[in-house]
Design a protein around this ligand. Structure first.
Ligand SMILES: *[C@@H]1O[C@H](CO)[C@@H](O)[C@H](O)[C@H]1NC(C)=O
Ligand SMILES: *[C@@H]1O[C@H](CO)[C@@H](O)[C@H](O)[C@H]1NC(C)=O
Ligand SMILES: *[C@@H]1O[C@H](CO)[C@@H](O)[C@H](O)[C@H]1NC(C)=O
Ligand SMILES: *[C@@H]1O[C@H](CO)[C@@H](O)[C@H](O)[C@H]1NC(C)=O
Ligand SMILES: *[C@@H]1O[C@H](CO)[C@@H](O)[C@H](O)[C@H]1NC(C)=O
Ligand SMILES: *[C@@H]1O[C@H](CO)[C@@H](O)[C@H](O)[C@H]1NC(C)=O
Ligand SMILES: *[C@@H]1O[C@H](CO)[C@@H](O)[C@H](O)[C@H]1NC(C)=O
Ligand SMILES: *[C@@H]1O[C@H](CO)[C@@H](O)[C@H](O)[C@H]1NC(C)=O
Ligand SMILES: *[C@@H]1O[C@H](CO)[C@@H](O)[C@H](O)[C@H]1NC(C)=O
Length: 519
């Protein structure tokens, strides 16, 4: 890898001096702070005090102010300003920075832990790719060499490093150069995982197909916005890509050989736990998968919960879409024809396979996409809030939202026919087994906006999002659909970034919506 100095050129401002006296943002986000929105929801202001903002990314602040100027409603304006920018602090460790040269560094991103409200200092491939995507609107060619572009390159390089070492894993430890010690994960330390991994560099090793797709996504996003092809010819990007493809190919292995003998699964995982979704059936290989569908298995979902049937359609959609665009990068580099063809072929095969095996007929709804299948005819008809989901298929760029099978699927997902669609007076939205029945996820309301052209539907979703922050002015992970004061995670950074991205999207697509009042 190249000198670290390259990665940290993006750090334009650092508040070193005060880090010690700043509150942990997880505590800060639990309390309301003025100035309040002045709207009916009296939303709190949630940006850290200026001296506690550990990183500033060039144009994001200016962009935020411009968009705020377009929002008429005081609560919506406050929520956008909070959600889009509290993201910043995510880019650094919440610890006091070690020696001045490299505080917080390397684009190491954390995500918030569980309902105990701990912070996990680990980097998820999916979350980091998606958090960067929130800032994509600010990444324009003319700013190719600005701090945001450097940040993108740093995250891509760091992900590549992780994938080269442990391509089956989903979440990683801080890079050694950061000086942040590896996080202790006591539950993960008892996991039995094939292939084995090193817990000094890996935080948790759940194999999730969408983690691999997330790498293709962030590379696509950077390249399509900057046309910076040369970056991808450097370092170990090509090798990391090959590691991704090798895992994808290996995970097409079915359970049985043609003669009936049980094949060795390339991946297995068991954990001692009381939660069924935290371990895999059949001593770690999961429920049997039939040969010949062409789909790629996923042991876990983007919620980090186990799949029931491993042919998980949304991640296969995401792979199909981003393999094709990442292949364009390889094509632009020249001299990697075999690799490029391998990616395009796989993308094509996945599309064929999804259409052939992933669409099922449901009385009353017609042809719909299944959430998961096993190739034997079993299917799981549901959707989960976490992206990739079926609801997000157009957001992923896999299909157009007018696609008739998608529209059928959408009407099923957003109805009581979806076993994880939560309904109630506080918020009605898709949830999932991660937090269980009763908890609706605002993230799914945001995805609903992204995938809708219907003003009434969009306004309805915005109203629910605004009214379900419990006055705190940040997007929670999930909210009890009957009791607004019962929620999980005061600050779910991925959803906050996504909400900001959604408002920016509306400012381009439907500017009149931002003039609406929710009072
Ligand atoms: C807004 O909330 C804050 C914090 O709970 C409270 O002090 C303040 O009185 C509220 N303002 C209004 C107008 O309700
Ligand atoms: C980016 O800008 C820095 C300083 O502004 C400069 O040293 C560096 O060479 C530039 N890099 C590229 C790729 O243009
Ligand atoms: C993890 O646990 C080990 C042994 O108990 C301890 O030495 C180390 O400091 C802990 N690391 C963190 C980040 O807490
Ligand atoms: C790594 O695994 C070893 C052996 O199970 C354990 O003692 C140690 O605490 C783990 N370290 C971390 C950082 O989880
Ligand atoms: C270990 O990681 C899992 C998965 O994120 C999490 O549920 C668990 O709380 C973590 N344990 C600790 C001690 O951090
Ligand atoms: C990238 O290059 C292509 C082909 O030269 C061009 O069509 C496209 O507009 C460029 N995109 C950006 C963001 O500069
Ligand atoms: C799976 O099916 C493909 C073609 O459908 C075939 O080439 C391959 O040998 C089969 N593998 C097993 C293990 O049955
Ligand atoms: C069955 O097929 C597998 C995979 O092709 C092979 O490894 C194994 O030796 C075969 N077993 C028997 C009993 O023929
Ligand atoms: C989707 O359908 C709507 C309404 O029928 C239409 O206005 C829009 O142009 C269509 N979009 C595409 C991409 O076909």
């Amino acid at each position: 890898m190249p000198p670290l100095a390259r990665y940290i050129a993006f750090l334009t401002t650092l508040a070193l001096a005060s880090a010690q006296s700043c509150p942990d943002y997880l505590d800060y986000a639990l309390e309301p702070h003025g100035p309040y929105s002045g709207g009916r929801y009296n939303l709190s202001y949630q940006r850290p005090r200026p001296e506690c903002r550990t990183i500033q990314i060039g144009d994001v602040d200016a962009e935020t102010e411009i968009i705020k100027g377009k929002i008429a409603d005081p609560d919506l304006r406050q929520l956008f300003g909070n959600a889009y920018r509290t993201h910043w602090i995510l880019l650094s460790s919440r610890r006091p920075p070690p020696p001045p040269i490299l505080p917080s560094l390397h684009n190491f991103q954390s995500t918030i832990a569980d309902r105990q409200r701990q912070d996990i200092e680990a980097m998820w491939l999916r979350d980091s790719a998606n958090q960067m995507q929130s800032y994509l609107p600010n990444l324009v060619p003319s700013t190719k060499n600005n701090s945001l572009a450097s940040l993108y390159r740093g995250v891509i390089n760091l992900q590549a490093r992780y994938l080269l070492n442990s391509p089956y894993c989903n979440s990683f430890q801080p890079p050694v150069e950061s000086g942040i010690p590896p996080a202790n994960n006591t539950s993960a330390s008892d996991d039995t995982v094939v292939p084995p991994y090193n817990n000094q560099s890996v935080f948790e090793c759940k194999y999730e197909l969408d983690s691999l797709a997330a790498f293709l996504e962030i590379c696509t996003n950077y390249w399509q916005s900057t046309n910076d092809t040369s970056f991808f010819g450097k370092y170990s990007w090509i090798s990391a890509l090959e590691a991704v493809l090798d895992v994808a190919d290996a995970m097409r292995t079915p359970t049985y050989a043609a003669n009936g003998s049980v094949l060795v699964s390339p991946y297995a995982f068991t954990r001692e736990t009381t939660r069924a979704t935290e371990t895999l059936a059949n001593d770690g290989i999961g429920n049997p998968v039939q040969n010949g569908t062409g789909l790629i298995r996923s042991a876990f979902r983007p919620s980090d919960d186990a799949t029931i049937y491993q042919l998980f359609i949304p991640a296969n959609m995401m792979c199909a879409r981003y393999l094709a665009t990442a292949a364009d990068i390889v094509d632009a580099l020249g001299s990697y024809d075999v690799l490029c063809k391998r990616m395009r072929d796989m993308s094509y095969e996945l599309r064929q396979a999804i259409t052939k095996h992933g669409i099922v007929n449901v009385p009353g709804h017609g042809q719909v996409y299944a959430y998961e299948i096993d190739g034997y005819g079993s299917q799981n008809l549901m959707d989960d809030a976490n992206i990739p989901s079926l609801l997000s298929a157009p957001f992923l760029g896999y299909l157009d939202r007018n696609d008739s099978v998608y529209q059928n699927t959408r009407s099923l997902i957003l109805s009581a026919q979806n076993s994880y669609f939560m309904r109630g007076p506080v918020i009605s939205a898709v949830g999932g087994p991660h937090n269980g029945p009763g908890y609706a996820w605002p993230m799914a309301s945001i995805v609903r906006i992204f995938t809708s052209d219907d003003d009434e539907e969009i306004l309805g979703q915005l109203g629910m999002i605004l009214s379900s922050t419990d006055g705190l002015g940040l997007i929670h992970e999930s909210v009890n659909s009957f009791k607004g004061s019962d929620w999980t995670r005061q600050w779910f950074s991925w959803a906050n970034g996504l909400f900001g991205q959604c408002i920016i999207d509306l400012s381009n697509r439907k500017p009149e919506i931002l003039k609406a009042s929710f009072q």
